[in-house]
Design a protein around this ligand. Sequence first.
Ligand code: FE2
Ligand code: FE2
Length: 490
Amino acid sequence: MQNITTTLKKLFYLWRRSQVPVKQPIKISRIDNLIIFLVCILISIISSYKLLLISPLKIADIFSWFLTFTEILISSGVLILVSKKENPTISSRQIFLIITLLLAVQVTKLALASTISPLSMIIPPALIISQGMGSITALTWASIASFIWPDPEIVINNNLFFILLVCASIVSLLGGRIRSRAQLLQLSIFVPIGSFLSQWILIGKDKISLINKQDFALANGDIFSDSLLLAIVMLFTILFIPIFESIFGLLTKARLLELADKEKPLIRRLSLEAPGTFEHTLLICGLAEEATRMIGGDIDLIKTGALYHDVGKLHAPNWFIENQDGSRNPHDELDDPIKSAEVLQAHVDEGLKFARKNRLPKLIANFIPEHQGTLKMGYFFQKAKEKNLDINEYYFRYKGPIPQSKETAILMLADGCEAALRAMNINASDKEALKTISNIIHSRKKDGQLDDSNLSKGEIFLIKRAFLNVWKRIRHRRIQYPISKNNTFS
Ligand SMILES: [Fe+2]
Ligand SMILES: [Fe+2]
């Protein structure tokens, strides 16, 4: 009997999931895939063709070339897989950037290995990748670029290779965390200084043959000029990062912080034309930030995403309760639950239009539909039922998609809890507040809204605690301080 109940529950769950839009994976078109594959082939050819230039050519040489070719092709594939794993929403343009940078480095190695230090060739692109696509992708990229050398005659000094790997790792790890252009500038000064000192200690200041090739007419090997060149290339890279951001749709920490500036025209408009929504947004930022910090998510991403999540309400601010002064509710005058539901859905559709117009990055725009997911507009659905309208529940659900990341899921939960916490009695106990939060989160979970978010049970527990902490702060702010007898304040 229990088995039948479980099976029925599963069937009911599957049926319910089939009624809402399902997760849309990022699609990369066939042409893009083909171009990416061709570039990978090109990288493999450029990186291995010199093995075929040996005369006389033996079968063992061809076999060795084939192995190297396959190894490089597989490495490029692994790089793409790692970047997709670290950035589930990565676009074909961004994959194209990663492999084109690898191609450019391989060509530079062929043309300029004798004149330019490998540090200047590999570290600056690693900085771009770490800023735009994260530390793990940058580390993978830097490892592949450091290990694959197209010219078999080039044997890098072991100490230099070690310094290269350490510097590239530092840049990859820090680059993914750096939050301002000023810190980037510091990195572009300290890494070359560090590389200069470590080369001086490990290789020696007089060594000419950093690259052990006898007939390099232009062999540089001057560690001071190498480090200076590295600093110059890194500074130029930082200058060009904003261009990479707009061409390849990269979302760096610095760009996120710029977008989170409350003086941005769209946010200014929200504060002036929809002050209630703006207040709601600020409170949600606090809730979402605390919860994201607790679970170790991307705080800058959620803060910026929260700021823009309801910009669509600008299309008709007074149709939303937080902007009504209590005198007049247009929904009552309209008296049509279906039309009211359309107005609510419009705040998502219009929000996406605002996002396109203001060139918001995709990761930020995703917060607009995903914070509502496929939630039911319960109030208007109830109204329709009261009016005996024979209407499908589907028309009273947001179009989705449901949250596809932990950050958008947290925003949905914060959005749900915000009004309830704000309306809660100032004397309510922590237990009551936690119960309210738990009920709201449980209803979202039961409705299948968190299915694609990857939030674990432990993380949901931490999110509840984080919301409770914010509620305690709100309550503290609302407590009236007693005025002292002599009316002095301190
Ligand atoms: Fe909303
Ligand atoms: Fe909202």
